[in-house]
Design a protein around this ligand. Sequence first.
Ligand code: GRF
Length: 203
Amino acid sequence: LRVGVLASGRGSNLQALIDACADPSFPVEIVHVLSNSAGAYALERAEQAGIPTSLIRHKDYPSREAFDAAVDARLRDAGVGFVCLAGFMRLLSEGFVRGWEGRMINIHPSLLPSFKGLHTHEQALTAGVKLHGCTVHFVRPALDDGPILAQAAVPVLPEDTPDTLAARVLEQEHRLYPLALRLIAEGKAVIDGDIVRITGAAA
Ligand code: GRF
């Protein structure tokens, strides 16, 4: 599977995917890493791993659609067949999402469909849930929506702050994202309407 990763920030999930790809039995090659933000540490991580990178600044484009078209063209030029969003902090237009439907996944730091959007750990603490976690899902045009591929849960502890909870979830993100991508690369995840059926593997 020829994967492109879109990332805006520190790129720790990108790093988890890069590390997974070091195992020759992991059936994925990260062929391109693209960021909308010049300061993204994700770009440095990609360069250190010898992966070609692009910086496409959203500020250089007159509209969301124009930015998305530039991203789309770059991914296709790089021979990307599947997209992983890893902390990509731009909303993607419906046209872009439709173009990659069934071939683009995201990792979100909550147990969807709870706590969409930003500040998910604060949202979880405010709601008083006792379990929290992360979700890998196929991307649909609505924010943090789409067929769920895999989830991991962590306990919420009485003394948790958003930061301690975020750290506990992040550890699981780094485990879950490669696992979810492997399911796809091995053909074990099939979209069936609004859900994903997993065959021949434990998620
Ligand atoms: C992660 O918490 C991810 O779930 C969310 O954005 C954060 C990105 O972190 N979508 P990193 O850049 O992968 O370290």
